[in-house]
Design a protein around this ligand. Structure first.
Ligand code: SAM
Ligand code: SF4
Length: 327
């Protein structure tokens, strides 16, 4: 029986684990311009600690884990952790969100170690614009990573595109065209406010506008969403690829949220936009038992809010930067 049911009846089956707060890109919508104070290595959970916490979560009802960051592929020996997590009892899916800069040479080993799905972030199909958004000249590496992963037989490959008015919203149709002959789901994500990302409401290109843009040229057919799926999913008539929208800003999906987060420094975040956390690292190092760990995990689930506040309030709120949470 799932032991991760909150006050509002939501069953949590999905854990997102950030494995590092470091990153090799500087995406302007994520990384504060002045950077973040990256934590000393000893303040970051070790693979053994991550595995132990994940094991307890799985005993309580988690069946899907996603690794994220920062950039997960900058963490040394990540393949080892993937092997450990994919062997956990009860795990049905082990996914990763990556910027793909380092993916080309690692895709095969990741797949072999048990990684089942990949979300790859790419905000522009134009090399110069990519550089302007990420402040790094890595577009060729990312594209090579995407093509390398397509050859490895992952259960699913998704492209994450954060759509920002005045930055890349004019590329929506190019992305739809890009997946015409690829078994790839392109996910258009509404621009969200996080600490120090200088978010402005004017930058949000809404779900309604994205959908209207696509429907001027293509026919979208709704796709059945699986339980806990927070995206709005569509087939594109005549395409191998599919399209989804993550509408956190204009049509939030808190009612069906099934996810919990573990930060790289060992805190449980019950909601992406909820600042209070339950800290596990230090108690773990002080010798906490699995039963005591379960009590803390239940506490985190119990404090999960019903929904997040509207976007203007979020922008003013006190939360970590996105790169420190793990999207
Ligand atoms: N470094 C990896 C990557 O970029 O895929 C994983 C971590 S990143 C924080 C996870 C996801 O969050 C990425 O797809 C990124 O585009 C998204 N993200 C970051 N900041 C965002 C924002 N302000 N609004 C919407 N999505 C954001
Ligand atoms: Fe790094 Fe990902 Fe944030 Fe870009 S979105 S700065 S790649 S963590």
């Amino acid at each position: 029986m799932n032991q991760l049911v909150d006050r509002f009846g939501r069953e949590h089956t999905y854990l997102r684990i950030s494995v590092t707060d470091r990153c090799n890109l500087r995406c302007v919508y994520c990384m504060p311009p002045e950077g973040i104070d990256v934590r000393r290595k000893d303040l970051i959970l070790s693979f053994e600690e991550i595995q132990r916490i994940a094991h307890v979560f799985c005993q309580m009802g988690i069946t899907k884990i996603r690794l994220t960051g920062g950039e997960p592929l900058v963490r040394k020996d990540l393949v080892t952790l993937i092997g450990q997590l994919s062997a956990l009892p009860g795990i049905k899916a082990l996914a990763m969100t990556t910027n793909a800069v380092l993916l080309k040479d690692k895709a095969r080993a990741l797949r072999a170690a048990g990684l089942s799905a990949l979300n790859i972030s790419l905000d522009s199909l134009n090399k110069e614009r990519f550089k302007a958004i990420t402040l790094r000249d890595d577009w060729d590496n990312v594209m090579a990573g995407i093509y390398a992963s397509l050859a490895e037989g992952f259960d699913s490959i998704k492209l994450n595109v954060v759509v920002i008015n005045g930055t890349n919203a004019d590329e929506i149709l190019d992305f739809v065209e890009f997946v015409k002959d690829k078994d790839v789901n392109v996910r258009f994500i509404e621009y969200m406010p996080f600490k120090d990302n200088h978010w402005q409401a004017a930058g949000v290109f809404s779900y309604a506008d994205m959908k209207r843009t696509i429907e001027e040229k293509y026919t979208l057919v709704p796709r059945f969403a699986s339980k806990g799926d927070v995206a709005k999913d569509f087939y594109i008539k005549g395409h191998s690829g599919t399209v989804s929208f993550i509408t956190s800003m204009t049509d939030s999906f808190c009612g069906s949220c099934n996810r919990l987060r573990l930060t790289a420094d060992g805190s449980i975040k019950s909601c992406l936009f909820f600042a209070p956390e339950i800290h596990l690292r230090d108690v773990l190092r002080a010798g906490i038992t699995d039963d005591e760990l379960r009590v803390l995990i239940r506490q985190a689930v119990a404090q999960k809010p019903e929904s997040h506040p509207p976007m203007e309030e979020l922008a003013a709120g006190d939360n970590r930067a996105m790169v420190e949470i793990g999207g």
